[in-house]
Ligand binder design. Structure first.
Ligand SMILES: [Zn+2]
Length: 319
């Protein structure tokens, strides 16, 4: 089986302006690293297609879609008090990021790919049902999960979010749902302020939210202990039919937006562990990661582990 890799040139046209950490250079660094890593030959690389804007309404209020569309059409501007920037191409880029996420879900659930990595921007996990925020226009991971659950045979999807920032949007969208298990490892306390260990879901979703807050200064050992002792047993009990990863790499030791000390080894190891779930059906979506070298090295390690998990790789395991 194969690992799929989805991206699109329009992601480079989502222009956040000079000095913004969530910039097009991130995806160029990822693309260059994948091309030079020896992984490229192992991947089935497919160009993403945009979704119709109605698909976004599977998660978001119409005014969220309308506001992003209008701002982009007018030449751009800012949402959410300044850090969520929209340029002329951003609405189309955001629809294409969603298209990449749901397209990867379809190929994995159809058995065409064992697993997939989606190199997209804008990211998604901060976007709430009723507003864009935190560099995120639409919640790609939430829309991927909703898309999977629309299939009659899919009843349980896990979203694992290891971006250093808590995925407030994804948690809130599925807080009441027993069909989506949302688990997050994130620096605490930190932006956006949500993600306390006491937030465990509610109603039908009680117990289907797992927050694993990490102190500033936490490194691979602390993170891996949380994955092995808390995350994996919870996921095994939930028994997902698909794992969606909100793969932000800003917990990396080199990252300027965090105080955690994680290395690419953690991302490789955790990816390996996650590929043991859900029959190995994993769809991973890029979220944050703002140091170009740290991001590139982390994506290489993560995608390498996906390739090994798909059984298609000829590469040796990392020591
Ligand atoms: Zn982040």
């Amino acid at each position: 089986m194969t690992t799929g890799y989805m991206t699109h040139p329009i992601f480079l046209e989502h222009d956040t302006g000079a000095g913004h950490p969530e910039r097009a250079a991130r995806l160029r660094a990822v693309a260059e690293r994948i091309a030079s890593s020896g992984l490229a030959g192992e991947l089935d690389q497919v160009q993403a297609e945009p979704v119709d804007r109605n698909v976004v309404r599977g998660v978001h209020a119409e005014h969220v879609v309308e506001r992003a569309a209008r701002l982009a059409a007018s030449g751009g501007g800012v949402l959410d008090g300044g850090d969520t920037v929209v340029s002329r191409a951003s609405f189309d880029a955001a629809l294409t990021a969603v298209g990449a996420a749901v397209g990867a879900v379809d190929r994995v659930l159809d058995g065409e790919w064992q697993n997939a990595f989606v190199a997209c921007r804008p990211p998604g996990h901060h976007a709430e049902a009723d507003r864009s925020m935190g560099f995120c226009l639409f919640n790609n991971a939430a829309l991927a999960a909703v898309h999977a659950l629309a299939r009659p045979e899919i009843e349980r999807v896990a979203v694992v979010d290891w971006d250093v920032h808590h995925g407030n949007g994804t948690q809130h969208i599925f807080e009441d749902s027993a069909e989506v298990f949302y688990a997050s490892l994130h620096q605490w306390p930190w932006y956006p302020g949500t993600g306390a260990a006491t937030e465990r879901g509610r109603g039908d979703g009680e117990g289907a939210t797992l927050n694993l807050p990490m102190a500033s200064g936490s490194g691979d050992d602390t993170y891996l202990r949380a994955v092995e002792d808390r995350l994996l047993p919870s996921l095994e009990a939930f028994d997902p039919q698909l794992v969606v990863i909100s793969a932000g790499f800003d917990a990396h030791v080199r990252d300027p937006l965090s105080g955690t000390l994680v290395t690419e080894d953690f991302f490789a190891r955790t990816t390996e562990l996650l590929t043991s779930l859900a029959g190995g059906r994993v769809v991973s979506l890029l979220e944050g990661g703002y140091d170009l070298d740290g991001l590139a090295a982390s994506v290489e390690a993560h995608v390498g582990a996906l390739v090994r998990g798909a059984g298609a790789g000829t590469l040796a395991s990392p020591a």
